[in-house]
Ligand binder design. Structure first.
Ligand SMILES: C[S@@+](CC[C@H](N)C(=O)[O-])C[C@H]1O[C@@H](n2cnc3c(N)ncnc32)[C@H](O)[C@@H]1O
Length: 220
Protein backbone atom coordinates (compact mmCIF):
# COMPACT_ATOMS: atom_id res chain seq x y z
CA UNK A 1 0.00 0.00 0.00
CA UNK A 2 1.34 3.42 -0.90
CA UNK A 3 0.73 6.16 1.69
CA UNK A 4 0.39 9.64 0.19
CA UNK A 5 3.17 12.14 1.09
CA UNK A 6 0.71 14.57 2.78
CA UNK A 7 -0.55 11.81 5.06
CA UNK A 8 3.01 10.93 6.12
CA UNK A 9 3.69 14.60 6.98
CA UNK A 10 0.50 14.78 9.09
CA UNK A 11 1.39 11.55 10.96
CA UNK A 12 4.95 12.77 11.69
CA UNK A 13 3.69 16.16 12.94
CA UNK A 14 1.06 14.56 15.21
CA UNK A 15 3.52 12.02 16.63
CA UNK A 16 6.18 14.66 17.35
CA UNK A 17 3.58 16.90 19.06
CA UNK A 18 2.63 13.99 21.31
CA UNK A 19 6.34 13.38 22.03
CA UNK A 20 6.98 17.05 22.87
CA UNK A 21 3.96 17.12 25.23
CA UNK A 22 5.32 14.04 26.98
CA UNK A 23 8.72 15.69 27.45
CA UNK A 24 7.05 18.84 28.80
CA UNK A 25 5.07 16.77 31.29
CA UNK A 26 8.13 14.88 32.52
CA UNK A 27 10.06 18.10 32.97
CA UNK A 28 7.12 19.77 34.75
CA UNK A 29 6.47 22.81 32.59
CA UNK A 30 7.56 25.62 34.90
CA UNK A 31 4.55 27.71 35.95
CA UNK A 32 4.72 31.43 35.38
CA UNK A 33 4.27 32.35 39.05
CA UNK A 34 6.79 35.08 39.73
CA UNK A 35 5.34 37.39 37.12
CA UNK A 36 1.81 36.99 38.52
CA UNK A 37 2.67 38.12 42.05
CA UNK A 38 2.52 41.60 43.47
CA UNK A 39 6.05 42.00 44.84
CA UNK A 40 7.01 45.43 46.16
CA UNK A 41 10.40 46.55 44.89
CA UNK A 42 12.11 46.07 48.24
CA UNK A 43 11.22 42.60 49.38
CA UNK A 44 12.78 39.63 51.07
CA UNK A 45 11.07 36.96 48.98
CA UNK A 46 12.88 33.98 47.54
CA UNK A 47 14.28 34.43 44.04
CA UNK A 48 12.68 33.05 40.90
CA UNK A 49 15.35 30.34 40.60
CA UNK A 50 14.80 29.30 44.23
CA UNK A 51 11.05 29.14 43.64
CA UNK A 52 11.58 27.04 40.55
CA UNK A 53 13.84 24.66 42.46
CA UNK A 54 11.21 24.24 45.22
CA UNK A 55 8.49 23.67 42.62
CA UNK A 56 10.43 21.01 40.66
CA UNK A 57 11.67 19.31 43.82
CA UNK A 58 8.17 18.90 45.28
CA UNK A 59 6.78 17.75 41.92
CA UNK A 60 9.62 15.31 41.39
CA UNK A 61 9.20 13.75 44.85
CA UNK A 62 5.40 13.99 44.68
CA UNK A 63 5.33 15.59 48.14
CA UNK A 64 1.95 16.77 49.45
CA UNK A 65 2.23 17.45 53.20
CA UNK A 66 4.04 20.74 53.49
CA UNK A 67 4.66 23.54 56.00
CA UNK A 68 6.43 26.85 55.81
CA UNK A 69 7.63 29.45 58.31
CA UNK A 70 7.78 33.00 56.91
CA UNK A 71 5.08 34.11 54.45
CA UNK A 72 5.86 37.74 53.57
CA UNK A 73 4.39 38.32 50.07
CA UNK A 74 3.49 34.66 49.55
CA UNK A 75 6.15 33.98 46.92
CA UNK A 76 7.47 30.64 48.21
CA UNK A 77 3.92 29.68 49.24
CA UNK A 78 2.73 30.18 45.66
CA UNK A 79 5.43 27.87 44.29
CA UNK A 80 4.74 25.23 46.95
CA UNK A 81 0.96 25.20 46.45
CA UNK A 82 1.32 25.23 42.69
CA UNK A 83 3.46 22.09 42.92
CA UNK A 84 1.34 20.18 45.44
CA UNK A 85 -2.24 21.47 44.95
CA UNK A 86 -2.70 20.33 48.57
CA UNK A 87 -3.25 21.90 51.96
CA UNK A 88 -0.16 23.90 52.96
CA UNK A 89 0.45 25.29 56.46
CA UNK A 90 2.05 28.74 56.61
CA UNK A 91 3.09 30.60 59.76
CA UNK A 92 3.80 34.34 60.02
CA UNK A 93 2.75 36.87 62.68
CA UNK A 94 3.34 40.01 60.62
CA UNK A 95 1.19 39.56 57.49
CA UNK A 96 -1.19 42.41 58.30
CA UNK A 97 1.04 44.56 60.46
CA UNK A 98 4.13 44.73 58.24
CA UNK A 99 3.28 43.15 54.90
CA UNK A 100 -0.13 44.84 54.44
CA UNK A 101 -1.79 41.51 53.61
CA UNK A 102 -0.11 41.50 50.19
CA UNK A 103 0.84 37.82 50.59
CA UNK A 104 -2.75 36.80 51.28
CA UNK A 105 -4.00 38.88 48.34
CA UNK A 106 -1.45 37.19 46.05
CA UNK A 107 -2.64 33.75 47.12
CA UNK A 108 -6.30 34.69 46.58
CA UNK A 109 -5.45 36.16 43.16
CA UNK A 110 -3.82 32.88 42.12
CA UNK A 111 -6.92 30.95 43.26
CA UNK A 112 -4.97 29.05 45.93
CA UNK A 113 -6.90 30.19 49.02
CA UNK A 114 -8.51 26.78 49.48
CA UNK A 115 -5.08 25.17 49.83
CA UNK A 116 -3.78 27.62 52.45
CA UNK A 117 -3.90 27.11 56.20
CA UNK A 118 -2.51 30.42 57.39
CA UNK A 119 -1.45 30.84 61.03
CA UNK A 120 -1.12 34.48 61.98
CA UNK A 121 1.25 33.95 64.89
CA UNK A 122 4.85 33.26 65.85
CA UNK A 123 6.24 29.88 64.86
CA UNK A 124 7.16 29.17 68.50
CA UNK A 125 3.44 29.34 69.36
CA UNK A 126 2.06 27.39 66.39
CA UNK A 127 4.59 24.57 65.95
CA UNK A 128 4.00 23.00 69.41
CA UNK A 129 0.24 23.19 68.77
CA UNK A 130 0.64 21.33 65.47
CA UNK A 131 2.69 18.69 67.26
CA UNK A 132 -0.09 18.26 69.83
CA UNK A 133 -2.61 18.02 66.98
CA UNK A 134 -0.60 15.04 65.70
CA UNK A 135 0.24 16.80 62.43
CA UNK A 136 2.80 15.05 60.21
CA UNK A 137 4.67 16.63 57.29
CA UNK A 138 7.07 15.58 54.51
CA UNK A 139 8.55 18.97 53.68
CA UNK A 140 9.23 22.16 55.63
CA UNK A 141 10.67 25.44 54.46
CA UNK A 142 12.24 27.44 57.29
CA UNK A 143 12.44 31.11 56.28
CA UNK A 144 11.09 33.00 59.31
CA UNK A 145 13.19 34.80 61.89
CA UNK A 146 16.86 34.38 61.03
CA UNK A 147 18.10 34.71 64.61
CA UNK A 148 20.13 31.64 65.53
CA UNK A 149 17.97 30.59 68.49
CA UNK A 150 14.76 31.00 66.44
CA UNK A 151 16.14 28.81 63.64
CA UNK A 152 17.02 26.20 66.29
CA UNK A 153 13.53 26.29 67.80
CA UNK A 154 11.89 26.11 64.37
CA UNK A 155 14.06 23.12 63.50
CA UNK A 156 13.43 21.43 66.87
CA UNK A 157 9.68 21.33 66.24
CA UNK A 158 9.94 20.64 62.52
CA UNK A 159 12.00 17.58 63.39
CA UNK A 160 9.16 16.37 65.61
CA UNK A 161 6.61 16.89 62.83
CA UNK A 162 8.72 15.52 59.97
CA UNK A 163 8.20 11.96 58.75
CA UNK A 164 11.26 9.79 58.19
CA UNK A 165 12.64 10.50 54.68
CA UNK A 166 11.03 13.95 54.79
CA UNK A 167 12.94 17.12 53.89
CA UNK A 168 13.74 20.44 55.56
CA UNK A 169 14.89 23.41 53.52
CA UNK A 170 16.57 26.59 54.81
CA UNK A 171 16.94 29.94 53.08
CA UNK A 172 19.67 32.56 53.49
CA UNK A 173 22.68 30.35 54.04
CA UNK A 174 24.92 33.39 53.59
CA UNK A 175 24.02 34.49 57.13
CA UNK A 176 26.25 33.58 60.08
CA UNK A 177 23.23 32.37 62.08
CA UNK A 178 22.28 29.91 59.30
CA UNK A 179 25.92 28.92 58.79
CA UNK A 180 26.22 28.10 62.51
CA UNK A 181 23.03 26.07 62.34
CA UNK A 182 24.40 24.21 59.30
CA UNK A 183 27.58 23.46 61.20
CA UNK A 184 25.59 22.16 64.20
CA UNK A 185 23.27 19.89 62.21
CA UNK A 186 26.19 18.44 60.22
CA UNK A 187 28.24 17.63 63.32
CA UNK A 188 25.49 16.69 65.78
CA UNK A 189 22.63 15.17 63.80
CA UNK A 190 23.69 12.15 61.79
CA UNK A 191 19.99 11.38 61.32
CA UNK A 192 19.98 14.23 58.76
CA UNK A 193 21.73 14.03 55.39
CA UNK A 194 22.75 17.05 53.33
CA UNK A 195 21.01 16.89 49.95
CA UNK A 196 21.75 20.26 48.41
CA UNK A 197 23.64 23.44 49.18
CA UNK A 198 23.51 26.15 46.57
CA UNK A 199 21.54 29.15 45.33
CA UNK A 200 21.40 30.36 48.96
CA UNK A 201 19.41 27.23 49.93
CA UNK A 202 20.29 24.35 52.22
CA UNK A 203 18.33 21.10 51.99
CA UNK A 204 18.48 18.16 54.41
CA UNK A 205 16.69 14.84 54.44
CA UNK A 206 15.69 13.12 57.67
CA UNK A 207 17.15 9.68 57.05
CA UNK A 208 16.58 8.27 60.52
CA UNK A 209 15.10 8.97 63.95
CA UNK A 210 17.00 10.91 66.57
CA UNK A 211 18.90 8.36 68.65
CA UNK A 212 21.37 10.61 70.45
CA UNK A 213 22.28 9.74 74.00
CA UNK A 214 21.20 12.25 76.65
CA UNK A 215 24.69 13.79 76.92
CA UNK A 216 25.54 13.84 73.22
CA UNK A 217 27.27 17.02 72.13
CA UNK A 218 29.93 17.60 69.50
CA UNK A 219 31.50 21.03 69.36
CA UNK A 220 30.66 22.79 66.12
C1 LIG B 1 12.41 36.28 54.39
S1 LIG B 1 10.72 36.54 54.76
C2 LIG B 1 9.93 35.12 54.08
C3 LIG B 1 9.84 35.13 52.59
C4 LIG B 1 9.00 34.03 52.02
N1 LIG B 1 9.50 32.73 52.37
C5 LIG B 1 8.95 34.14 50.52
O1 LIG B 1 9.95 33.83 49.88
O2 LIG B 1 7.96 34.55 49.96
C6 LIG B 1 10.70 36.21 56.48
C7 LIG B 1 9.31 36.19 57.08
O3 LIG B 1 9.39 35.64 58.39
C8 LIG B 1 8.42 36.25 59.20
N2 LIG B 1 8.78 36.02 60.60
C9 LIG B 1 9.64 36.69 61.39
N3 LIG B 1 9.69 36.16 62.61
C10 LIG B 1 8.86 35.10 62.61
C11 LIG B 1 8.46 34.13 63.58
N4 LIG B 1 8.98 34.13 64.82
N5 LIG B 1 7.56 33.18 63.22
C12 LIG B 1 7.08 33.13 61.97
N6 LIG B 1 7.40 34.01 61.01
C13 LIG B 1 8.28 34.99 61.32
C14 LIG B 1 8.42 37.71 58.74
O4 LIG B 1 7.20 38.36 59.00
C15 LIG B 1 8.68 37.56 57.24
O5 LIG B 1 7.48 37.58 56.50
Amino acid sequence: MVIPREKIVVIVVLKSKKYINKIKLNNFMMPNIFEKLELPEKNSSISKSQGEFIYSFLKDKNIKNTLEIGFCFGCSTAYIINATKSKHIVIDPYQKEIWKNIGLKNIVKLGYKKFLRFENDFSYNILPKLFQEGKRIDFAFIDGSHLFDYIMIDFFYIDLLLNKNGYVLFDDIWMDSTKSFESWIKTNRNDYKLIKKDDNLLLFQKINYDERKWDHFIKF
